[in-house]
Write a protein that binds this ligand. Sequence first.
Ligand SMILES: [Zn+2]
Ligand SMILES: [Zn+2]
Length: 239
Amino acid sequence: MIDSLLDAIWPRRCAVCGRPADRPGRHVCSECLMRIPFIPAKGCCAVCGRDVEGQSEEFLCEDCIGPNAPRFDRAASAVRFEGVAREMLLGYKFNSRLYLRADFADWIEGAVRARLDTAAIDVVLPMPLTTFHRMDRGYNQSGYLADELGRRFERKVRNDVLKRVGRPSRQAELHEDERRENVKGTIAVVNAQYVCGRTVLVVDDVMTTGSTLSECAKVLKEAGAGRVWCATLARSLHT
Ligand SMILES: [Zn+2]
Ligand SMILES: [Zn+2]
């Protein structure tokens, strides 16, 4: 009702092609939706969820074997961080194009349903922003995605478990080894009683090497969490 009322006042345009949007309350038209680089649900790494072309069975990628394997148990990402999806996400993160939220929430929900047993999730945790980013943008996009997933799966979302500690880190320019070092000790768990023995879903916007999510999983497990699963809107594949 509200959607159609708003549409009558301000007609929605597709965020990709600019033509009238044809799906209720959404800002990507059905034609452009076909151009979004969704990650397939099959043929992905059993742990980090990276997909490899031509694969149809689940496998373990080289990043998920050995001493540097991520500490989370399983991750789901909706889209590859490239092309129109990348532009949309950067607009969302840095230009406050918040109207894209419903589209993004649909995508991450689809990825989680395809890869994870949603009935087994006990609690949803957003990735906390660094203080620096909070001041910079004043908006936690992971928090919004976590709230939407919590609402759609009817699970409690807790903002009072994961906390940033130590220095704010700029991960973007760092190599994989440096990123792993850089995130060590920068996330802490408070209120461990909410995660102890539970299956936890940590939500973030983009996964690159997965080192920040892995650090979250490490501290959550040290605090007694059972399984740690991760959901991100996008996956940026490093080479
Ligand atoms: Zn379009
Ligand atoms: Zn993997």
